[in-house]
Design a protein around this ligand. Structure first.
Ligand code: NDP
Ligand code: KPL
Length: 344
């Protein structure tokens, strides 16, 4: 019988259950490690994976291998790390204790340095950075819905060869990239919207349909692009327009934006950012790993990044129960004020 690799998802949440579930639905051997709440839900209902184009796949509960224990690490050939950024060290320590020799790891987390952190804890192993472009929302009862499109990207590496078929069969082909840092920065520029979306308390499509919110994002992106330019970082092109043109498009009046940016608005009307999910659930967000990275890079270059600093501050305030919901105009005025106070 042909050897079929075993894949383990560490962090069964929105991304982990969706990607792992699609792999399992296509016949791959997948085991999930998650928290008790998700384990109980999936053991009762199984997994249902839908997407905005109408895909609707089921993995019955009897076919889902999911546990809070780490036994699956001992037999996995590939581990997909899908915990939130702040949980990376804990995940890395668990992997160091339980992984079999020769197993490889992909971090499918947002931000810039999650694979580096894992690599530090897993010396000698292939630990690759991946990137998930699409949005996934947990709908309850084991149902996970992908509300936008896009192709999974991953750092180019020979260890991926035995796993490529499984991803392709699942309809989630892995696009290998020689310069993953450029991909990560391009994704981070898009993720600067996570904070704006969380503060808007609106679904992504509704938020991005309104100019005031888009102008907030444009301010954050323009600031980041200026810092990246000085740092000599060229973000990859993940969208039809190059990253440098997006702030101008975002600033366009609503009717112009609607006709020029159809792809950007091709979002399930209910989809929200993962940062909104975190605020809504009362969890710490990933803002320090997203807008915070722009602030850190600016400081390293002796610069400031007042717009992104302010977004970090506002999200931390929201995490601690202070003002959470803004109007677009109020947030825009606040961010412009932060920029003004920072001086020329
Ligand atoms: N959701 C989305 O649309 C997208 C998310 N991403 C990125 O993907 C990553 C994952 O996001 P997402 O799937 O939304 O996050 P979720 O919070 O939905 O899923 C992560 C899950 O991992 C669990 N977990 C954390 N630590 C452990 C552990 N030690 N053992 C077992 N389970 C653990 C979490 O539990 P608990 O909460 O109890 O810690 C949670 O249930 C993030 O970096 C995010 O930015 C990227 C693209 C899109
Ligand atoms: C897909 C996207 C950009 C959706 O907002 C995301 O990465 C997130 O929610 O964290």
């Amino acid at each position: 019988m042909a050897w079929s690799p075993e894949i383990c998802v560490f962090g069964a949440g929105s991304i982990g259950c969706y990607v792992g579930g699609r792999l399992a639905a296509a016949g791959a051997a997948v085991r999930f490690i998650g928290r008790e709440r998700v384990v109980a839900e999936v053991r009762e209902h199984g997994l249902r994976l839908t997407d905005w184009r109408g895909a609707d796949l089921n993995v019955p509960a009897s076919d889902v291998h999911i546990s809070t224990g780490h036994e699956a690490l001992a037999s996995a050939d590939l581990v997909l790390v899908t915990v939130k950024s702040a949980a990376t060290e804990e995940a890395g320590r668990a992997l160091a204790a339980g992984l079999k020799p020769g197993a490889s790891v992909i971090s499918f987390q947002n931000g810039l340095h999650r694979a580096d952190v894992l690599r530090g804890l897993l010396p000698g192993r292939a630990v690759l950075q991946g990137m998930v472009p699409f949005n996934v929302a947990a709908q309850g009862q084991g149902h996970f819905h992908a509300g936008t499109e896009g192709t999974l990207e991953v750092e180019q590496h020979a260890v991926l060869a035995p796993f490529l078929d499984a991803f392709t069969r699942a309809g989630l082909p892995l696009k290998q990239h020689a310069d993953i840092v450029a991909v990560q920065w391009a994704k981070l520029l898009l993720n600067l919207n996570n904070a704006v979306n969380a503060l808007s308390d609106l679904p992504l499509k509704e938020e991005l349909s309104q100019r005031a919110w888009r102008r907030c994002l444009a301010l954050a992106q323009s600031e980041a692009l200026a810092v990246l330019k000085l740092a000599g970082v060229k973000p990859a092109k993940l969208t039809p327009l190059p990253p440098g043109w997006i702030p101008t498009l975002l600033g366009a009046p609503d009717a112009v934006f609607r006709s020029l940016a159809k792809k950007m608005l091709a979002i399930d009307p209910k989809a929200r950012s993962s940062m909104w999910d975190d605020l809504h659930a009362g969890r710490k967000t990933e803002v320090d790993y997203l807008n915070g990275e722009v602030v850190r890079l600016a400081h390293q270059r002796g610069l400031s990044a007042p717009v992104n600093s302010r977004l970090v501050e506002l999200i931390h305030e929201a995490e601690s129960g202070k003002r959470r919901v803004w109007t677009g105009d109020a947030l825009l005025a606040d961010l412009k004020q932060a920029e003004l106070e920072d001086g020329p």
